[in-house]
Design a protein around this ligand. Structure first.
Ligand SMILES: NC(=O)c1ccc[n+]([C@@H]2O[C@H](COP(=O)([O-])OP(=O)(O)OC[C@H]3O[C@@H](n4cnc5c(N)ncnc54)[C@H](O)[C@@H]3O)[C@@H](O)[C@H]2O)c1
Length: 259
């Protein structure tokens, strides 16, 4: 019997990448999934692949609180419950902060930080009204732990997501709603299209102590652990899944030797 037999998960930003793999693994372990995303074609295709009764797609724009509420209500209506939430939605606005246009800054903050908050609030309110326990995993990043140069809005948002997760984890602990963040290192998804360049991929693998870039599977396994009952005592914290990248700064100091 799978860890998520009889359970229901909403994956916001679940049409592809890390969210898509999480939805796939959750369903493979017996759960049912609502895939919410602005990408309708990819989301519908993934839901169809996972199978009717196992997965459904709903158009979701996390920047709109009403859309977030509708996703929670649809999951509860169609599946009879909602137990878990994973927040993956993000948009990027690269470039030096000195040149970043207000629209770029707003886009990243709206989708990444406001969107994560609106989804958590819609889901948390529903759980609390039902008197149900639950678990949430919010996608932060190594960029939430260390400043990621040239994507400053992203780094700022990802640091905020860690604090938001800790904040909600404490507020909702006695409601038995666990809230944690995951901090992936560079992971091969449509978001990181630059990893399709073999030179960049090799270079990123080299600076990662584990010697390779991450795959969506690596991150999905960690997310599912945090959602599962095995993590019953884990809340208001974050889990780095980065092959050792984030704490490895001294590996790069002249005079140090490492493989
Ligand atoms: N890929 C990496 O290297 C990496 C590293 C660290 C953290 N992360 C984080 O993991 C999460 C997933 O990233 P990914 O690499 O799978 O990226 P991705 O671009 O493949 O997935 C992000 C999804 O969010 C959706 N989305 C965008 N705006 C939305 C909105 N307004 N409402 C609903 N959905 C929306 C996109 O359509 C897409 O399906 C992100 O939060 C990202 O910051 C990724």
């Amino acid at each position: 019997m799978g860890r998520f037999e009889g359970k229901v998960c909403i994956v916001a930003g679940g049409a592809r990448g890390i969210g898509g793999k999480t939805a796939e693994f959750y369903a493979a372990e017996g759960g049912r999934v609502l895939i919410g995303d602005v990408l309708e074609k990819e989301g519908r295709e993934l839901a169809a692949r996972l199978g009717a009764g196992k997965a459904l797609f709903q158009r979701l724009d996390v920047t709109d609180p009403a859309s977030c509420r509708a996703a929670v209500e649809r999951a509860a209506g169609e599946f009879g419950a909602a137990d878990h939430l994973v927040n993956c939605a993000i948009r990027m606005a690269p470039g030096p902060l000195v040149d970043l246009a207000p629209e770029g800054w707003r886009l990243v903050v709206e989708v990444g930080l406001h969107g994560t908050f609106f989804m958590c609030q819609a889901f948390g309110r529903w759980l609390i009204a039902q008197g149900r326990p639950g678990a949430i995993v919010n996608l932060s990043s190594s960029a939430g732990l260390a400043p990621y140069t040239l994507v400053g809005a992203y780094s700022t948002v990802k640091a905020g997501i860690i604090m938001l997760s800790q904040q909600l984890g404490l507020e909702w602990a006695r409601k038995r709603i666990r809230v944690n963040a995951v901090c992936p290192g560079h992971t091969e998804t449509p978001l990181t299209a630059y990893l399709r360049d073999p030179e960049i991929k090799r270079g990123r693998a080299e600076v990662t102590p584990w010697g390779r870039v991450g795959q969506p599977e690596d991150i999905a396994h960690g997310i599912l652990y945090l959602l599962s009952d095995q993590a019953d005592y884990v809340t208001a914290t974050w889990l780095a899944i980065d092959g050792g990248l984030t704490p490895s700064i001294f590996n790069h100091m002249p005079g140090r030797k490492w493989d």
